[in-house]
Design a protein around this ligand. Structure first.
Ligand code: ADP
Length: 422
């Protein structure tokens, strides 16, 4: 099918998050890991390309994103969505602004919007300031992020150093008046030469107003939640044909495993919760892995019968992570754990596991690479922004759930396995 909306996400779990928001409509959504080498074939109405461009140097991020845009244009898309994190993760040098300007230039458009709000996950934008739950972004745990520490909550101030064109705001008072008022304001602000418009949203109803006014813009930028209303809007004006609305039925395989490499506060709680509920568990120690490799874990895994939930995790509290990083180096510790979890996924697959619940963005990247996965079809949602996805690996259909650090509540792993029972 000709692609209606071409989406580009700046990281992996962000792409599954966006894809799941679009798939809530029941429309088929495909996710490609990286820009496909082959020209578009068997495309869906909604195509999402997952890049790993969030922390790349600006020039590389721009180059990759342009390549993704070009592939999506070849797939027939005329409308595009640039998805970044709902906490606007970036540095003063980029990459959100420069990538948006490159896309605007290629699409020959002189206006786009920015709305990272994701109300269901506690992200809202008010008077141009981003909140995480009830705290301003700069007071949330994002202030200490190792790669993109967010020390300002004001989106205009964050965006201005990243772009060459003027930045403006349309605030909640206009959004609250509805889509006609917003459409008028967008025109007014365009006439003033403002290219980059931050728009407030604190609730899903605000996102619906914004999506209604902006659905025909060549480029929309934002968090995943802004994409949620688009499928129904396209249907309402006849842009989406009825056959797009039939989601393919996928069957889940019998055996499942949880592989957790995220060390976020929420993932720590989720691991503890599933173990307390009776999961058979194996804890990976980065120091032991560095010395002896993952053999002990792999042998353990081969002995499991998978009748009860099985979890292999390196998830640890900040003090343990710091201690391992001090001894092994930050990147090396991460790499050792990622490779061990990838090796575990391969052994699990060889003993018949077909469902993989994976926690951690980088971890997801390493495991999907090991499994040779390049395209995912989006299935049922487990928690806001975290769907089951379906793919093929070594000739078998497999199901993957890729969860970024802080998504899901404490019972996420149990919920993911519960969906398999239905
Ligand atoms: P998140 O989505 O929470 O950021 P990621 O998988 O992207 O999770 O990042 C977590 C990183 O931490 C990975 O590189 C992983 O290998 C590494 N890691 C996991 N457990 C440990 C540990 N116990 N000590 C040090 N690093 C770890």
């Amino acid at each position: 099918m000709t692609t209606l909306l071409g989406c580009i996400a700046d990281d992996f779990t962000g792409a599954t998050d966006l894809a799941s928001m679009l798939a809530r409509s029941g429309v088929k959504v495909s996710l490609r890991i990286g820009v496909p080498k082959e020209p578009p074939k068997d495309t869906s109405a909604f195509e999402v390309i997952a890049l790993k461009s969030r922390t790349m140097p600006v020039s590389e991020a721009v180059k990759e994103t342009r390549a993704a845009l070009s592939w999506l244009q070849d797939a027939g898309a005329k409308r595009f969505f640039w998805k970044y994190c709902s906490t606007f993760d970036s540095t003063s040098k980029g990459n959100i602004g420069p990538v948006a300007e490159a896309l605007m230039s290629d699409l020959k458009t002189n206006q786009t919007i920015y709305c990272p709000a994701f109300p269901e996950n506690g992200r809202s934008v008010f008077m141009g300031n981003l909140f995480v739950e009830q705290k301003p972004l700069s007071e949330s745990s994002m202030k200490d992020h190792p790669l993109t520490p967010m020390r300002d909550s004001n989106l205009m101030r964050l965006l201005e150093p990243q772009v060459s064109q003027p930045v403006g705001l349309i605030d909640r008072l206009t959004v609250a008046k509805g889509s006609n008022a917003l459409t008028t304001e967008l025109e007014v602000i365009k006439d003033k030469g403002i290219a980059h418009i931050v728009i407030d949203a604190v609730a899903n109803s605000d996102l619906e107003v914004i999506a209604t006014s902006c659905m025909d813009m060549p480029l929309i930028t934002g968090g995943s939640a802004l994409a949620m209303p688009l499928p129904e809007l396209y249907m309402s004006v006849g842009l989406l044909p009825s056959e797009a609305v039939i989601q393919e039925k996928h069957k889940f395989g019998a055996r499942s495993i949880i592989l957790s490499g995220s060390c976020s506060v929420m993932t720590n709680k989720q691991v503890a919760n599933v173990i307390k509920a009776g999961a058979i568990s194996f804890c990976l120690d980065p120091l032991e892995l560095a010395e002896n490799g993952p053999q002990r874990a792999l042998r353990w895994l081969e002995k499991q019968d998978f009748l009860a939930p099985v979890i292999i995790y390196a998830t640890a509290n900040p003090a343990s992570v710091k201690s391992a990083q001090n001894k092994l180096g930050v990147a090396n510790a991460g790499e050792i754990v990622e490779q061990a979890l990838a090796a575990c996924a391969l052994v699990a697959q060889s003993v018949g596991v077909r469902n993989f619940v994976i926690a951690g963005g980088e971890t997801s990247g390493a495991i999907t690479k090991a499994l040779g996965v390049t395209k995912l079809d989006i299935g049922p949602e487990i928690a806001p922004g975290v769907p089951w996805t379906f793919s093929y690996s070594k000739g078998n259909e497999i199901a993957l759930s890729l969860k970024s650090g802080n998504f899901g509540d404490e019972t996420f792993f149990r919920q993911a396995l519960k969906v398999l029972e239905v």
